[in-house]
Design a protein around this ligand. Sequence first.
Ligand SMILES: [Fe+2]
Length: 383
Amino acid sequence: MSAMKFFMPQVNQMGSGCLEEAIIDICKLGYKKALIVTDKVLVEVGLVGSVVEKMGAKGIEAVIFDGTQPNPTCGNVEAGLKLLNEGQCDFVISLGGGSPHDCAKGIAIVAANGGNIRDYEGVDVSEKPQFPLVAVNTTAGTASEITRFCIITDEERHVKMAIVDKNTTPLMSVNDPALMVGMPKSLTAATGMDALTHAVEAYVSTIATPVTDCCAIKAIELIRDNLEAAVADGNDLEARENMAYAQLLAGMAFNNASLGYVHAMAHQLGGFYDLPHGVCNAILLPHVQTYNAQVCPERLAHVATAMGVDVAGLTAQEGAEKAIEAIKVLSAKIDIPAGLEVLGVKADDFPILTENALKDACGFTNPKQATPEEITAIFAAAM
Ligand SMILES: [Fe+2]
């Protein structure tokens, strides 16, 4: 094992009611005017208004950018940056799930470093820390509120750019389950499976460490025990809170151990067909792990145990198969589509999807490096 670093925000607020604590901390840091990066749905349901009101009561002004698309684009980043500059804001708040957090990171990194968001594709390209960012999470899945990963769709090239940069780490993360009760069932399911994918990919990553392993396994256990309940009853605050912790732990794991081909391939599906990230991951996860079981069956057998399967007396290979089966069963129980075909994915597009998946930085830590033919075969199996 070589030298490792562990990245996460300086301060991480967790638990019911922690948003109030976060606003007090923001006041103490001396910030006066926020650009709130969010989406139209959260404005319509009144969540943005209630946060603005709470901040206003403490003397913090806000400018709202609600133009974030589900797969945030370079154009979204430019539009938000314009508002930040026009409003002379002194910090950024992202309010929502992965999309607003990623869009806000894009805005904050360009605000501090100049140029265009396309300039920062790749690993640690930026030179300066981003504009101060407080990430207030309303979903339980992406963990973008704590990570140095920022995924922006280049609408001209139809690709999702992976920006993996320590300077995109938010200053503070806020995971208040009270903000998550309004999440619809399908979003709860998709984001929960995204979190499971983070944990599994980080656990089998080539740069996993005992620290990331611990986070990944606990995340899988919490997802096993709480995801179905959170999907079945969105008002189950205990399940919501446990899923908030699960996704945070999975985020801590992948922020430091990185990911694998599930994400590298899902990014291409998301960028090409504008499909939901969590659903693409959920469908690809068992197929990529079937491929990975050739090289790390022991690790996947540990995943089976964390998923609640008794693997005593089984070979590592059999244990890995049990993990893959348990993932499929959980997906089916929460109504994740069984294959990519129903989402409109076309076999004719496999060559370009494969080419771009192999360039995605998330795949570099997959436990087995694949040929283009192997990636195409995984896409085909997931149809
Ligand atoms: Fe993800």
